[in-house]
Design a protein around this ligand. Structure first.
Ligand code: ATP
Length: 437
């Protein structure tokens, strides 16, 4: 695959993409020739082609007007087109669902640290220079005569071989502090290491209040992307090591218990997936819950605001704190507990919080209690959607005056159903009559 000069054979690199994508890029390269523009495949996809890792994020960049070229491609292939003028970028969606971003090669300038940059058209070399790390700053040309030729101006291949994450210039983290989290993301994902100067610059940037200046959604995006990686346990440990957890909340404690709970999340997740393979979970949020599982309600609430979590995410994360401890205590205790009691205890718990309960208990390494907990949770989850056959309308038909007592009666009835004391509609009616005396 590599030639004598340690350059990948042009063309072969792109052949590693699925055939239909390869063919499409080739055709678009010919179109670029016709238009007299230079066209590149760029960034993460090139890195992953060299690493032989699958990547479907097709980022193309044009030395020329990217948006005009994108429109041309969209017309030719009947693809949908969305334009983001501010970043001179367009997103194409092909009829078969394939997505592709086409941008204008550009330079970026930052009026202030940590805010989004202003962009100006520039050469491909400048475009590569504004990128985060050398391994993400390579391009493969797509024009037909030079199809697949790698442009590696800043030592991306060298760093890939040395398994190194390296910024392109000393001001990189200052310009964009999200790169601090991106560095950890790639380091952890590929098992690479941060180059010495890069590590020093990162630590320097992390010791200032740069990250505080990031908007909530941008910080949230980085944190959740990191927690969506294959091994968030190590990524979180790395955040702690680099003193970055304080940006979620300065009083977020990475205690022994928290550490154990986080380390147990993969096991708890595996348990869930075995039992409920069809039920989707918000995995990154579970790690955030585990991370804040010993924090006070006030700390969790502030963290939720800082990260600008959605209402749904916030609901989940709030359920993961001290409330979970109370439920866990009850659910692991020896003795009998009625199913309906478990139902009441867990009624407002999202599935993510149930996984967290298991993780907490796995972390405690008490086998008997863990089995008891799992048994009770499974019983609960099976009953979760159980409903009474009778409704308020039925109670009315039975001659009951509408009012708050309906809620009480239907609640009792549901408990009886869950506990297996009534199993049919007739039995429910009898239950109501008896209860009414
Ligand atoms: P992933 O595999 O996680 O998608 P990626 O490298 O493809 O990683 P994207 O976020 O999709 O990352 O970005 C595509 C490319 O855009 C990157 O490879 C990099 O060249 C550039 N880029 C993205 N974010 C930044 C940033 N914050 N600063 C500089 N360059 C960036």
């Amino acid at each position: 695959m590599w030639t004598m000069k340690n350059q990948p054979v042009p063309g072969r690199l792109i052949q590693r993409l699925p055939k239909k994508v390869h063919r499409l890029l080739h055709q678009i390269g010919v179109l670029a020739d016709e238009q007299g523009v230079t066209l590149y495949l760029v960034g993460g996809v090139v890195r992953d082609l060299l690493l032989k890792r699958e990547n479907w994020d097709l980022d193309l960049t044009v030395e020329g007007d990217g948006i005009v070229f994108a429109r041309l491609v969209a017309d030719r292939y009947r693809a949908g087109l969305a334009r983001f003028e501010r970043f001179a970028t367009a997103r194409l969606t092909f009829p078969d669902g394939l997505k592709m971003d086409i941008a204008t090669t550009r330079r970026e300038s930052y009026a202030q640290p940590a805010v989004l940059p202003t962009v100006q058209p520039a050469s491909i070399e400048e475009d590569l220079y504004r990128r985060d790390f050398t391994i993400n700053a390579m391009a493969a040309q797509l024009n037909s005569g030079r199809f697949g030729r790698l442009l590696d101006v800043y030592g991306g291949q060298r760093d890939l071989r040395a398994r190194t994450i390296r910024v392109l210039h000393a001001g990189s983290f200052q310009d964009d502090p999200t790169r601090i989290f991106r560095a950890i993301r790639f380091e952890q994902r590929f098992g690479f290491h941060l180059e010495r100067t890069t590590l020093r610059l990162l630590a320097q940037a992390a010791s200032t209040n740069l990250i505080q200046q990031l908007s909530g959604p941008r910080l949230q995006n980085e944190i959740l992307l990191l927690f969506a990686e294959h091994d968030p346990v190590r990524a979180i440990a790395r955040l702690e090591q680099l003193k970055l957890l304080r940006f979620l909340h300065r009083r977020l404690c990475y205690t022994k218990n928290v550490k154990r709970t986080i380390a147990a999340v993969p096991k708890a997740l595996a348990w869930w997936v075995r039992r409920f393979p069809d039920s989707a979970l918000d995995r990154p949020i579970i790690y955030l819950m585990a991370l804040s599982s010993e924090a006070s309600l006030a700390v969790v609430a502030t963290m939720i605001r800082r990260l600008a979590l959605s209402r749904e995410q916030a609901r989940k994360v709030s359920a993961g704190g001290r409330l979970a401890d109370r439920a866990l205590k009850r659910l692991t205790k020896e003795g009998t507990i009625r199913r309906s009691q478990i139902f009441r205890l867990l009624a407002d718990f999202p599935d993510e919080a149930i996984v967290l309960l298991v993780a907490k208990q796995v972390g405690k390494q008490q086998g008997v209690e863990l089995s008891r907990l799992k048994r009770r949770l499974i019983a609960y989850l099976k009953n979760k959607t159980m409903k009474t056959a009778l409704t308020g309308r039925d109670l009315q038909a039975m001659g009951l005056q509408p009012g708050p007592q309906y809620k009480t009666i239907l609640g009792k009835l549901l408990d009886a159903r869950i506990d297996g004391m009534v199993t049919t509609e007739a039995a429910e009616r009898a239950f109501v009559r008896k209860w009414l005396g």
